[in-house]
Design a protein around this ligand. Structure first.
Ligand SMILES: NC(=O)c1ccc[n+]([C@@H]2O[C@H](COP(=O)([O-])OP(=O)(O)OC[C@H]3O[C@@H](n4cnc5c(N)ncnc54)[C@H](O)[C@@H]3O)[C@@H](O)[C@H]2O)c1
Length: 272
């Protein structure tokens, strides 16, 4: 049984931790928000996601899923440490990495044996190297005490459990390919394509994917405006375009635009 710690029990952290527990791993989910952890311990869910409440209950009962606020309890026992803290947009729209840095510092202070640190938060290219630097500055040796792997998350709110359990692909980027291979083992039960790259390439795949999807939404909205002026039907235009296999139908629904936690950060990066 593999021992996993997930840091940050938000949307991504709770789904990740619960799904890994359901795959038979021993998981501790850690958050600094004490009220959130207390509620989870009482069986109250901080978010609504179809199927998640039942999955949490099942794995808590099976004693594969635990919740804590203490790094000392979670980190020393873990072989895999997922960072899934928030990376909100900062003052200029870029990702604010203060929570990722805080998590890396706390890991460095409590790490007692080799562990793989896996970044699941959506972060700009180069963040994996910065996480490694934080550990090195605190006396930890890469390849001996830790390795860093980037494992970007592509799940959608509303179908997060399904997306975790049936992903189109899992992307793993690492400086040390052995570390990426070990993380790949965690995903083997899902029988999905697993792509292993270097650290920065994995980080870029996430940002480029978000920017591409945001571009499709912006594009179809522009086409909708032109349709309105010219008397064409945008729904049929999108349907007709989407039947072309080179284009596809997804993300061609005209609407109010895009938002959420990921698309704005990605587009901002490519504009800068
Ligand atoms: N929500 C989505 O649909 C989605 C999808 C893909 C990727 N992402 C990315 O995943 C990351 C997490 O997103 P989310 O929606 O789960 O965030 P969230 O804001 O819901 O949760 C983040 C959690 O991290 C905790 N936290 C902050 N600092 C901490 C620390 N030092 N130690 C422990 N816990 C700490 C917070 O208390 C909070 O509970 C972000 O980078 C986001 O962009 C989100």
């Amino acid at each position: 049984m593999r021992k996993i710690c997930v840091i940050g029990v938000g949307y991504v952290g709770l789904v990740t931790g619960t799904c890994f527990a359901d795959l038979g791993n021993q998981v501790v989910c850690l958050d600094i928000a004490e009220d959130k952890i207390e509620k989870l311990k009482r069986g109250e869910m901080p978010i609504y996601e179809p199927g998640l409440e039942e999955l949490v209950a099942r794995n808590v009962t099976a004693q594969r899923l635990h919740f804590t606020t203490k790094y000392q309890e979670a980190v020393p026992n873990a072989d895999f440490i997922f960072i899934a803290v928030g990376t909100p947009s900062g003052v200029d729209g870029e990702a604010d990495l203060k929570y990722v840095r805080m998590a890396a510092e706390s890991i460095a202070e409590t790490l007692t044996h080799y562990a793989i640190i896996i970044d699941k938060s959506t972060v700009p290219v180069g963040t994996g190297d910065s996480v490694a630097e934080i550990l090195i500055e605190r006396g930890k040796k890469p390849g001996v005490d830790f390795d860093v792997v980037s494992n970007p998350e592509f799940l959608r709110e509303g179908s997060a459990v399904y997306d975790f359990m049936q992903p189109d692909r899992v992307v793993l980027g690492a400086t040390n390919p052995d570390a990426a291979d070990k993380v790949a083992q965690l995903y083997l039960p899902l029988r999905c394509p697993i792509m292993i790259t270097d650290l920065r390439t994995a980080e870029m795949i996430k940002y480029a994917s978000n920017a591409f999807l945001a571009t499709r939404i912006s594009f179809i909205n522009e086409i909708a405006t032109i349709c309105e002026k010219l008397g064409a039907d945008i729904k049929e235009v999108a349907a007709g375009m989407g039947m072309d296999k080179r284009i596809g139908r997804a993300f061609l629904d005209a609407g109010v635009g895009f938002g959420g936690s990921c698309f704005p950060k990605a587009t901002r990066l490519f504009l800068s």
